[in-house]
Design a protein around this ligand. Structure first.
Ligand SMILES: CC(C)(COP(=O)(O)OP(=O)(O)OC[C@H]1O[C@@H](n2cnc3c(N)ncnc32)[C@H](O)[C@@H]1OP(=O)(O)O)[C@@H](O)C(=O)NCCC(=O)NCCS
Length: 170
């Protein structure tokens, strides 16, 4: 186990979680900020990338498990992202739509923030959020983050706007 909250625990994703992770990544509504549902090949690449990050860095997105039922309800964790010339640590979250609007994402994101500060010793964590993704911004705000920058990223053949939310250890 990586960390836990009142209702959840976070652990590394394994092959046994493939179907539930694919369900999230292939849901058009959940993936609107990522340009729509992933293909089977994109899911496989996402999965490979998670496994590589666990091996090389020791962290990545983790499985969010509901203590009450032992079900995997989403992914939340820490990844490295490029912010202009700087590499920053990001809290990321993608949840199964069946489990939205119950406060699980904020609960998991808060635990990842504490993990980043206390276990990894990182002084600032970010969430880079597409300007249309209001639910994600609300999670960031409830996680104590404020907007630090607005940026343009080249994604899927277009220039898209993102906000860089962040919170400092102090
Ligand atoms: C981003 C995402 C994880 C947010 O999910 P969410 O369900 O809105 O967030 P939470 O689980 O924290 O739930 C918050 C809601 O639960 C409500 N809630 C209910 N019970 C609660 C409780 N016990 N504690 C806290 N909030 C609670 C809150 O009031 C809030 O309501 P709202 O949806 O009306 O604002 C989800 O939309 C998602 O997976 N999106 C697709 C992937 C994505 O875009 N990820 C972000 C990329 S930057």
């Amino acid at each position: 186990m990586i960390t836990e909250t009142k209702r959840l625990y976070l652990r590394e994703i394994t092959q046994a979680d493939y179907a539930v992770i694919a369900k999230i990544l292939q849901d058009d509504d959940a993936m609107f900020a990522y340009n729509g549902a992933f293909s089977d090949e994109e899911v496989a690449r996402w999965f490979d990338n998670l496994m590589t990050q666990y091996q090389t860095r020791g962290f990545s997105l983790w499985a969010v498990v509901l203590k009450e039922t032992n079900q995997v309800i989403g992914q939340c964790g820490l990844t490295l992202q490029q912010l202009e010339v700087e590499t920053v640590t990001e809290i990321g979250y993608l949840f199964d739509r069946d489990y939205w609007h119950q406060g699980y994402a904020i609960e998991a994101a808060q635990a990842c923030k504490v993990y980043a500060f206390n276990v990894l010793g990182i002084d600032r964590v970010y969430s880079l959020i597409r300007e249309t993704n209001i639910s994600s911004m609300n999670v960031a705000i409830r996680n104590g983050m404020t907007v630090r920058a607005r940026l343009v990223r080249e994604r899927w053949g277009a220039e898209l706007f993102y906000y860089a939310f962040a919170v400092d250890r102090s």
